[in-house]
Structures are given as C-alpha cells and as structure tokens.
Design a protein around this ligand. Structure first.
Ligand SMILES: C[S@@+](CC[C@H](N)C(=O)[O-])C[C@H]1O[C@@H](n2cnc3c(N)ncnc32)[C@H](O)[C@@H]1O
Length: 303
C-alpha cells in the first residue's frame, strides 16, 4: 500500500479540516492511507501528493464529496447508548408532553433535530420513541430533521433500508417486527416512521443553519469529538441559536457541551446528562457574522 509522507499528510489533514472540521492528528495518518488508498488507484495517482493535487484543484464536486464520504467516521446503531433513549422517554412523558398540553394548543408543535445522523439509525430511533410515547401523535405537528455532511450517509439514511447485521445492533425483535418489513433480505423502515423525518445534507461548520428553523430537542452525538476546541465552540454556538426556549441538547456520552461552551448548562436527570441553554434566550448574532473554522493548529510530524 502507498505510504503518506509528512508533507502529504500536512496537505491532506488541512484539506480534510477545511472540508469537514475534522482534525486528523499525525499519529492517525494511517486513516488517510487506509481510507483513500482505493481512490488513489481508481484515479491513477501513484502518490497521495498527486491525489491531493487532483482533488484540490478539481472543479468536480463529486470527488470532493467522495473524500468527505471516505474520511468521515459513520459508526452508528439503533438505540445507541440505550440510557439516553430511556431518559428521552421519561423526559417526553413527564415534562415535554405535559408542558405542551398545558400550553393549550390543539395541535402541539414539537421539532427534533438529529444533527449528524449518519446512516439514519438515530433519527429512526427518535421517530420510533415518539410514535410510542405521544398517544395522539396524529394531532401533533411533529417533525424530525436529520442532517449529515456525508452524501453516502445521508442517502442511506433517507432510504431507511438496513441489513440483518445493522438491525441486530440495538433493535429488539418487537420493534423490528412493528416498524420494518423484510424486502429481499433487507429491512425496510415502514412509511409511517419514515414520513416523520426530513433528511437534508448539512455541514455543521460551513452551512447556515437558519433555514432549518428552531428545535425543542437536538441530538448532536458523537461528532464533536472529531473537532478541535474552536470548532466545537463554533458548532455549539450555531446550535444554541437553533434552540427554542426550553430546548434540550443531547451530546455523545464522551462529550460535554458545558465544558466546551458556557452557553450550556448540564441537567442531570433520568440517569443521563443533557443540556439547556444557560440564559434561556437566543444568543445574539451580529450582522454578517459567520462561524467558519480557525486554521488547523497543530504542528509537528507523524509518529
Ligand atoms: C460517528 S457518526 C455519529 C452518528 C450518530 N449521531 C450516532 O451518535 O450514532 C458521526 C457523523 O458525523 C458526521 N459529520 C462529520 N463532520 C460533520 C460536519 N462538519 N457536519 C455534519 N456532519 C458531520 C459524519 O458524516 C458521521 O456520519
């Protein structure tokens, strides 16, 4: 297999950072070698340096998308971190639904965002839970928005079709039978659950999130870990502006929104931690302000 040299690594890690915000540290240079190896031979490039030149200066958006698809880690599963979804059920039953009813609307509105949805298991898990917990769901204006940067992930998510292996990871038999049909060996999510979700391609770093609207529940799990501190803060700032007043934010079990940004306070409830906005008000955004990412900060060579 072709090896990446230090200069090639420097160019590639900067390009991946520019496209995605993902930081590849020198000791993880093998990720670039492994994941882009096939692309080098497909494009007839003898070195990673040549592949870089071809992609960097290509007008073909598809090759850039391919790099993003290959360099994003899309690990996910149904009911990933089950305690979070147990907590969500309790939160909905004990707090969110009663509050909506108390507000007196005939058509309560609840908006949920899965902000790095990968292959869709997370938004489908959310949809199944909502279908089970909201008794008069047809009388609700309920939307789940599922977004991801990676073309391939987002497309697979919107298809809602999974292998045996994928459904075995996290999904119990009762829900498998209730919500999926087996179609030529693949498990297809039923229309009722699929129709609850809007899928959209969104880069959390470069895209303006205003068009997504605002949300009551946001799941931004297991993606902040790939970013540096500045990028994490920028992403959380954008998310905070997409939150409704009483909104709750869930991040991954190894991530902490309050340690990254003072805009969030942790709430320890139902055996998990989720976050609310610290001031309860939208964070003001000065005109024309953007949240691009800072230049890649580490230096040094590969291990
Ligand atoms: C490890 S998966 C997490 C999936 C799901 N949230 C979960 O916890 O199971 C990380 C996802 O983040 C996406 N991602 C990485 N960088 C992103 C960015 N800048 N904007 C949006 N999504 C991004 C990847 O494409 C990938 O699908």
């Amino acid at each position: 297999m072709i090896k990446i040299n230090d200069e090639e690594f420097r160019l590639w890690s900067a390009l991946i950072y520019e496209y995605t915000g993902i930081v590849i540290r020198p000791e993880k240079a093998y990720l670039i070698e492994n994941r882009l190896a096939e692309m080098t031979s497909e494009m007839g490039c003898p070195t990673f340096g040549e592949l870089y030149q071809r992609i960097r200066y290509s007008a073909d958006q598809a090759v850039k998308e391919k790099v993003i698809n290959l360099m994003t880690t899309q690990e996910t599963s149904f009911f990933r971190d089950p305690a979070v979804f147990k907590a969500l059920e309790s939160l909905l039953r004990n707090e969110v639904i009663p509050a909506m009813r108390k507000a007196g609307s005939n058509y309560p509105r609840l908006r949920v965002w899965s902000a790095a949805c990968s292959h869709g298991q997370e938004p489908y898990t959310l949809a199944m839970i909502l279908a089970e917990v909201v008794p008069d769901i047809d009388n609700w204006d309920l939307t789940i928005v599922a977004t991801d940067i990676a073309d391939n992930a987002f497309r697979k998510a919107s298809l809602g079709r999974y292998t045996d292996m994928e459904v075995k990871r996290g999904l119990d038999q009762v829900r498998l039978k209730r919500y999926f049909v087996n179609n030529n060996g693949l498990w297809q999510i039923c229309d009722r659950i699929r129709a609850m979700i809007y899928f959209q391609k969104v880069n959390l770093i470069t895209d303006n999130l205003n068009s997504l609207g605002t949300f009551d529940l946001v799941f931004c799990r297991n993606v902040l870990i790939y970013f540096n501190q500045t990028t994490k803060q920028a992403v959380l700032e954008k998310i905070s502006r997409a939150l409704n007043r009483e909104a709750r934010l869930f991040v991954g079990s190894t991530e902490s929104a309050s340690q990254i940004s003072p805009m969030f306070i942790p709430v320890h409830r139902y055996d998990v931690v989720y976050y609310t906005r610290s001031n309860g008000r939208p964070v003001p955004c000065s005109a024309g302000q953007t949240f691009g990412i800072a230049p890649l900060a580490f230096s040094g060579t590969r291990a």
